[in-house]
Design a protein around this ligand. Sequence first.
Ligand SMILES: *Cc1c(COP(=O)(O)O)cnc(C)c1O
Length: 222
Amino acid sequence: MIQTSISINVKKLLDGLPDTIKLVAACKTRTPDEIQTAVDAGIKIVGHNYVQEAEESFDKIDGKIKWHMIGHLQKNKVKRAVKIFDMIQSLDSYELAKLINVQCGKIDKVMDCLIEVNSGKEDNKTGILPEKVEELAVKVFKLQNIRISGLMTMGPFLGAPDDFRPYFKVTKKLFDSLKVHPVISPYMKYLSMGMSVSYQEAIKQSANMIRIGTDIFGPREN
Ligand SMILES: *Cc1c(COP(=O)(O)O)cnc(C)c1O
Protein backbone atom coordinates (compact mmCIF):
# COMPACT_ATOMS: atom_id res chain seq x y z
CA MET A 1 0.00 0.00 0.00
CA ILE A 2 1.19 3.54 -0.61
CA GLN A 3 2.92 5.00 2.42
CA THR A 4 0.66 8.05 2.73
CA SER A 5 -2.44 5.93 3.16
CA ILE A 6 -0.72 3.90 5.87
CA SER A 7 -0.01 7.12 7.79
CA ILE A 8 -3.55 8.34 7.33
CA ASN A 9 -4.99 5.02 8.46
CA VAL A 10 -2.86 4.94 11.61
CA LYS A 11 -3.72 8.50 12.55
CA LYS A 12 -7.43 7.92 11.96
CA LEU A 13 -7.38 4.79 14.10
CA LEU A 14 -5.45 6.45 16.92
CA ASP A 15 -7.75 9.48 16.87
CA GLY A 16 -10.76 7.24 17.33
CA LEU A 17 -9.32 5.21 20.20
CA PRO A 18 -9.35 6.11 23.86
CA ASP A 19 -5.89 6.26 25.49
CA THR A 20 -6.72 3.20 27.54
CA ILE A 21 -6.67 0.97 24.47
CA LYS A 22 -3.37 -0.30 23.10
CA LEU A 23 -3.16 -0.62 19.35
CA VAL A 24 -0.97 -3.40 17.98
CA ALA A 25 -0.13 -3.20 14.27
CA ALA A 26 -0.40 -6.74 12.88
CA CYS A 27 2.53 -6.74 10.48
CA LYS A 28 2.49 -10.16 8.81
CA THR A 29 3.56 -9.98 5.13
CA ARG A 30 4.38 -6.26 5.38
CA THR A 31 7.74 -4.85 4.35
CA PRO A 32 10.06 -3.04 6.78
CA ASP A 33 9.29 0.20 4.90
CA GLU A 34 5.57 -0.24 5.43
CA ILE A 35 6.09 -1.04 9.11
CA GLN A 36 8.38 1.98 9.52
CA THR A 37 5.72 4.22 8.00
CA ALA A 38 3.17 2.95 10.52
CA VAL A 39 5.64 3.52 13.37
CA ASP A 40 6.38 7.05 12.18
CA ALA A 41 2.64 7.73 12.20
CA GLY A 42 2.33 6.75 15.84
CA ILE A 43 2.29 2.94 16.17
CA LYS A 44 3.97 1.90 19.43
CA ILE A 45 3.53 -1.88 19.26
CA VAL A 46 4.30 -4.08 16.27
CA GLY A 47 2.85 -7.58 16.21
CA HIS A 48 4.34 -10.45 14.24
CA ASN A 49 3.11 -13.95 13.46
CA TYR A 50 6.45 -15.41 12.43
CA VAL A 51 9.80 -15.22 14.19
CA GLN A 52 11.69 -15.17 10.91
CA GLU A 53 9.68 -12.24 9.58
CA ALA A 54 10.17 -10.29 12.80
CA GLU A 55 13.92 -10.91 12.67
CA GLU A 56 14.05 -9.63 9.12
CA SER A 57 12.62 -6.26 10.11
CA PHE A 58 14.01 -6.02 13.64
CA ASP A 59 17.19 -4.10 12.84
CA LYS A 60 15.53 -2.01 10.15
CA ILE A 61 12.80 -0.37 12.22
CA ASP A 62 13.62 2.79 14.15
CA GLY A 63 11.63 4.06 17.06
CA LYS A 64 10.72 3.37 20.63
CA ILE A 65 8.42 0.46 19.97
CA LYS A 66 7.51 -2.85 21.56
CA TRP A 67 7.52 -6.15 19.71
CA HIS A 68 4.73 -8.65 20.29
CA MET A 69 4.48 -12.22 19.05
CA ILE A 70 0.84 -12.71 18.06
CA GLY A 71 1.08 -15.90 15.96
CA HIS A 72 1.51 -19.48 17.06
CA LEU A 73 5.02 -19.91 18.45
CA GLN A 74 6.78 -23.07 17.37
CA LYS A 75 8.85 -24.69 20.09
CA ASN A 76 12.02 -24.72 17.98
CA LYS A 77 11.78 -20.93 17.53
CA VAL A 78 11.52 -20.02 21.22
CA LYS A 79 15.21 -19.27 21.69
CA ARG A 80 15.17 -16.74 18.86
CA ALA A 81 11.76 -15.35 19.80
CA VAL A 82 12.67 -14.38 23.36
CA LYS A 83 15.51 -12.19 22.09
CA ILE A 84 13.24 -10.04 19.97
CA PHE A 85 9.85 -9.94 21.64
CA ASP A 86 8.66 -7.93 24.63
CA MET A 87 5.45 -9.92 24.84
CA ILE A 88 4.20 -13.29 23.63
CA GLN A 89 0.43 -13.16 23.14
CA SER A 90 0.04 -16.76 22.05
CA LEU A 91 1.01 -18.85 25.07
CA ASP A 92 -1.16 -21.95 24.92
CA SER A 93 0.61 -24.82 26.68
CA TYR A 94 2.73 -25.54 29.70
CA GLU A 95 5.40 -27.13 27.51
CA LEU A 96 5.78 -23.88 25.61
CA ALA A 97 5.83 -21.91 28.88
CA LYS A 98 8.68 -24.04 30.22
CA LEU A 99 10.74 -23.46 27.10
CA ILE A 100 10.13 -19.71 27.20
CA ASN A 101 11.07 -19.71 30.87
CA VAL A 102 14.35 -21.53 30.28
CA GLN A 103 15.41 -19.35 27.37
CA CYS A 104 14.45 -16.14 29.18
CA GLY A 105 16.40 -17.33 32.22
CA LYS A 106 19.53 -17.54 30.08
CA ILE A 107 19.25 -13.92 29.01
CA ASP A 108 17.93 -12.60 32.31
CA LYS A 109 14.57 -11.53 30.97
CA VAL A 110 11.05 -11.77 32.34
CA MET A 111 8.63 -12.27 29.45
CA ASP A 112 5.14 -10.85 29.57
CA CYS A 113 2.80 -13.46 28.13
CA LEU A 114 -0.89 -13.55 27.33
CA ILE A 115 -2.66 -16.88 27.40
CA GLU A 116 -4.35 -17.46 24.06
CA VAL A 117 -7.90 -18.64 24.62
CA ASN A 118 -9.58 -20.86 22.05
CA SER A 119 -12.90 -19.20 22.79
CA GLY A 120 -14.68 -20.81 19.86
CA LYS A 121 -13.52 -24.33 20.79
CA GLU A 122 -12.77 -24.97 17.16
CA ASP A 123 -10.50 -27.90 16.41
CA ASN A 124 -8.31 -26.13 13.91
CA LYS A 125 -7.46 -23.23 16.16
CA THR A 126 -4.52 -22.47 18.32
CA GLY A 127 -5.14 -21.50 21.90
CA ILE A 128 -6.26 -23.36 24.98
CA LEU A 129 -9.86 -24.16 25.89
CA PRO A 130 -11.45 -21.66 28.31
CA GLU A 131 -11.93 -24.27 31.04
CA LYS A 132 -8.18 -25.06 31.01
CA VAL A 133 -6.92 -21.49 31.27
CA GLU A 134 -6.93 -21.11 35.04
CA GLU A 135 -4.99 -24.34 35.56
CA LEU A 136 -2.36 -23.27 33.04
CA ALA A 137 -2.08 -19.78 34.55
CA VAL A 138 -1.55 -21.17 38.05
CA LYS A 139 1.15 -23.56 36.86
CA VAL A 140 2.94 -20.90 34.84
CA PHE A 141 2.78 -18.49 37.77
CA LYS A 142 5.52 -20.52 39.45
CA LEU A 143 7.94 -20.00 36.56
CA GLN A 144 10.35 -17.19 37.42
CA ASN A 145 10.92 -15.75 33.98
CA ILE A 146 7.34 -15.52 32.75
CA ARG A 147 4.66 -13.12 33.85
CA ILE A 148 1.08 -13.82 32.80
CA SER A 149 -0.28 -10.39 32.03
CA GLY A 150 -3.59 -11.17 30.40
CA LEU A 151 -5.55 -13.05 27.77
CA MET A 152 -5.74 -13.02 24.00
CA THR A 153 -8.33 -14.50 21.68
CA MET A 154 -8.92 -14.64 17.95
CA GLY A 155 -12.54 -15.73 17.53
CA PRO A 156 -13.79 -17.09 14.20
CA PHE A 157 -11.78 -16.56 11.03
CA LEU A 158 -14.69 -15.13 9.11
CA GLY A 159 -17.88 -13.49 10.10
CA ALA A 160 -19.72 -10.26 10.67
CA PRO A 161 -18.75 -8.15 13.71
CA ASP A 162 -21.77 -9.47 15.64
CA ASP A 163 -20.62 -13.05 15.16
CA PHE A 164 -17.60 -12.35 17.35
CA ARG A 165 -19.62 -11.23 20.35
CA PRO A 166 -20.05 -14.63 22.08
CA TYR A 167 -16.32 -15.40 21.72
CA PHE A 168 -15.34 -12.05 23.19
CA LYS A 169 -17.86 -12.41 26.00
CA VAL A 170 -16.48 -15.80 27.03
CA THR A 171 -12.95 -14.43 27.10
CA LYS A 172 -13.92 -11.30 29.03
CA LYS A 173 -15.71 -13.39 31.65
CA LEU A 174 -12.61 -15.50 32.10
CA PHE A 175 -10.45 -12.38 32.30
CA ASP A 176 -12.67 -10.97 35.07
CA SER A 177 -12.45 -14.17 37.07
CA LEU A 178 -8.65 -14.26 36.76
CA LYS A 179 -8.38 -10.62 37.82
CA VAL A 180 -9.71 -11.56 41.24
CA HIS A 181 -7.99 -14.94 41.42
CA PRO A 182 -6.08 -15.41 44.71
CA VAL A 183 -2.85 -16.49 43.00
CA ILE A 184 -2.59 -15.03 39.53
CA SER A 185 -4.43 -11.73 39.75
CA PRO A 186 -1.53 -9.27 40.26
CA TYR A 187 -0.46 -8.86 36.64
CA MET A 188 -3.75 -9.56 34.85
CA LYS A 189 -3.90 -6.41 32.83
CA TYR A 190 -4.45 -6.94 29.12
CA LEU A 191 -7.41 -8.31 27.24
CA SER A 192 -6.26 -8.58 23.63
CA MET A 193 -9.16 -9.13 21.24
CA GLY A 194 -10.40 -7.68 17.99
CA MET A 195 -8.99 -7.33 14.48
CA SER A 196 -9.97 -5.05 11.59
CA VAL A 197 -13.47 -6.47 11.19
CA SER A 198 -14.18 -6.95 14.85
CA TYR A 199 -12.30 -4.41 16.93
CA GLN A 200 -15.27 -2.15 17.58
CA GLU A 201 -17.25 -5.07 18.93
CA ALA A 202 -14.19 -6.17 20.93
CA ILE A 203 -13.91 -2.75 22.56
CA LYS A 204 -17.61 -2.91 23.49
CA GLN A 205 -16.77 -6.19 25.19
CA SER A 206 -13.94 -4.51 27.15
CA ALA A 207 -10.85 -5.30 25.07
CA ASN A 208 -7.99 -2.98 26.03
CA MET A 209 -5.62 -4.23 23.33
CA ILE A 210 -6.58 -4.64 19.68
CA ARG A 211 -4.56 -6.08 16.78
CA ILE A 212 -5.08 -4.42 13.43
CA GLY A 213 -3.53 -5.35 10.07
CA THR A 214 -5.82 -4.70 7.11
CA ASP A 215 -7.23 -1.39 8.36
CA ILE A 216 -3.68 -0.05 8.63
CA PHE A 217 -1.85 -1.60 5.70
CA GLY A 218 -4.65 -2.57 3.32
CA PRO A 219 -5.61 -6.07 2.14
CA ARG A 220 -2.89 -8.75 2.19
CA GLU A 221 -1.83 -10.12 -1.15
CA ASN A 222 -1.89 -13.83 -0.37
C1 LIG B 1 -3.43 -10.97 11.06
C2 LIG B 1 -3.79 -10.94 12.47
C3 LIG B 1 -4.51 -9.87 13.02
C4 LIG B 1 -5.02 -8.70 12.19
O1 LIG B 1 -5.94 -9.10 11.23
P1 LIG B 1 -6.60 -8.02 10.23
O2 LIG B 1 -7.86 -8.68 9.83
O3 LIG B 1 -5.65 -7.87 9.09
O4 LIG B 1 -6.80 -6.76 10.97
C5 LIG B 1 -4.77 -9.89 14.38
N1 LIG B 1 -4.35 -10.90 15.17
C6 LIG B 1 -3.66 -11.93 14.69
C7 LIG B 1 -3.22 -13.01 15.62
C8 LIG B 1 -3.36 -11.99 13.33
O5 LIG B 1 -2.69 -13.04 12.86
